[in-house]
Design a protein around this ligand. Structure first.
Ligand code: C2O
Ligand code: CU
Length: 483
């Protein structure tokens, strides 16, 4: 605990990197995630084995000592899983760790039994044991998978990966680049700091790291060629960090959010904000000259920024000019018809955090003790602190009904509110208009509210929780049932 200062280095002050942007020769081709094609399709009936185990990763650059991590197949991110829309995902998780684990498929509208929530949808997979996940991927888009048990530690040590579901018809892009973002809290000698779920982190902004990586790498090159159209698939896999990303010198168009096609919109100032759990698919026309470089920049707090990867142009243009206008991605088979007039309406206040009335009135001791979990409960969802997979459901709803949830953030921190098994529409705060995109995770700013609505069409028991993992594990979680 010695060098943890929640409002010190991890919160706003500098990220650590030796070669900042100028680092010629520091660039590493993103070998784990080259352009497309890393299909993990096996013959019918085959299961792709994923071993949760120890491994190592050069999070601080290739010339510094590797960091011991936990990862699927010992890698971070884990293997890129890729299927075509409508195909089956078949994964056999083998637990080679010394503690139980599970895999959750974030953003997948899958059968409840495959959702990977311990005690709610399956039993934890004990060390030495395995579990088979098998489900159809109904939606094309950018998804991810991660542990959902002791998540602060297991995700924090690297147990996550990307799951890409390709459109049935190929999309007109030249290159497809997966960009998995994370920040790491490391000790001086490059080990992962043990301070998982520390009360200080849990009651403030969550576990923030001082090393930022793209695909488990320090400032990788993302190779492109002049006049290509590039699909950048951004995934925020950090435990708690809200990431404001900026791509310089290019026009970037958001084509999909949280895996679901959106009405395309050009990023203002080249910026997009991703809360933990969020994804964005950007189409970028590579309009610079051969040999050019352009950084992807992480903006964090009060004008501070850090280049975390760079587009690196190769020798020859791929064609004489960039492609002409783009058309939206084909839509997914989501339940479009929101029936707001007959919706089950819920106001869900979010409370808690350091110095809050919730904690002052005994949230720190009271609810935590009442839960009997021994964990400290700093947060509440709908005025209850829960781990989200025990006790009574937050609500029950008959299948097919529209549920309208207003998240009211009464705290001093942002919260990245995630719904399992469904995507929701975000409604405009002012006029109730439905905004032209679907999300599975919505960032609710401090003292602000977000109005969402979805059709509860997927039967089962589903979690709803903050994706700042340390908040989730200290009370900001619940479950609901679709009957
Ligand atoms: Cu990405 Cu309940 O999680
Ligand atoms: Cu939160």
């Amino acid at each position: 605990m010695s060098n943890i200062h929640p409002f010190g280095p991890f919160q706003t002050a500098s990220f650590t990197r030796r070669h900042v942007l100028t680092g010629c020769g520091a660039g590493i081709a993103v070998s784990a995630f080259p352009a497309g094609g890393l299909a993990e399709r096996g013959p019918a009936g085959d299961f792709r084995v994923l071993r949760a185990r120890r491994g190592e990763a050069r999070l601080r650059g290739d010339d510094r000592r590797a960091t011991p991590i936990w990862g699927y197949d010992g890698m971070v991110p884990g293997p890129l899983l890729r299927v075509r829309q409508g195909d089956e995902v078949r994964v056999r998780l083998v637990n080679d760790l010394t503690q139980p684990t599970v895999i959750h498929w974030h953003g997948l509208r899958l059968p409840n039994a495959m959702d990977g929530v311990p005690h709610l949808t399956q039993m934890p997979v004990e060390p030495g044991k395995s579990f088979e996940y098998r489900f159809v991927a109904p939606d094309a888009g950018t998804f991810w998978y991660h542990s959902h048990l002791r998540s602060s530690e297991q995700i924090g040590r690297g147990l996550y990966g990307a799951l890409i579901v390709d459109e049935r018809e190929p999309v007109a892009v030249d290159r497809d680049i997966v960009v998995v973002l994370d920040d790491w809290r490391l000790t001086e000698d490059g080990n992962i700091h043990q301070s998982f779920g520390s009360p200080m982190d849990a009651s403030h902004a969550g576990r923030l790291g001082q090393y930022a990586t793209v695909n488990g790498r320090d400032f990788p090159d993302l190779p492109v060629r002049t006049n290509e159209r590039v699909r950048l698939r951004l995934i925020n896999a950090a435990n708690a960090r809200v990431m404001v990303l900026r791509l310089d010198s290019h026009r970037a168009t958001a084509m999909a959010l949280d895996g679901q096609p959106a009405q395309p919109f050009e990023l203002r100032g080249g910026r997009i904000t991703l809360g933990p759990g969020n994804r964005a698919d950007l189409f970028v026309d590579a309009t610079l000259a051969p040999g050019a470089k352009a950084p992807l920049v992480l903006e964090y707090g009060r004008g501070q920024e850090l280049p975390i990867a760079q587009l690196t142009y190769g020798g020859e243009p791929v064609r004489g000019a960039p492609l002409a206008a783009l058309s939206p991605l084909p839509s997914n088979p989501l339940p479009e018809r929101l029936d707001l007039a007959n919706a089950l309406r819920l106001e869900i206040p979010l409370d808690g955090g350091a110095m809050s009335r919730w904690m002052m009135r005994g949230g720190m001791m009271g609810p935590g003790m009442m839960m009997g979990s021994g964990d400290r409960m700093f947060w509440a969802l709908a005025e209850k602190s829960s781990t989200g997979h025990d006790g009574a459901p937050l609500f029950r709803v008959e299948r097919g009904r529209t549920v309208a949830i207003d998240f009211l953030n009464r705290t001093a921190f942002p919260h990245s509110m995630h719904l399992h098994g469904h995507h929701f529409r975000v409604l405009d705060r002012a006029d109730n208009a439905v905004r032209p995109y679907w999300l599975d995770t919505v960032l609710v700013e401090p003292q602000a509210s977000e109005r969402t609505a979805f059709v509860a069409d997927n039967p089962g028991k589903w979690m709803i929780h903050c994706h700042m993992i340390e908040h989730q594990e200290s009370g900001m979680a619940a479950w609901f049932e679709v009957m």
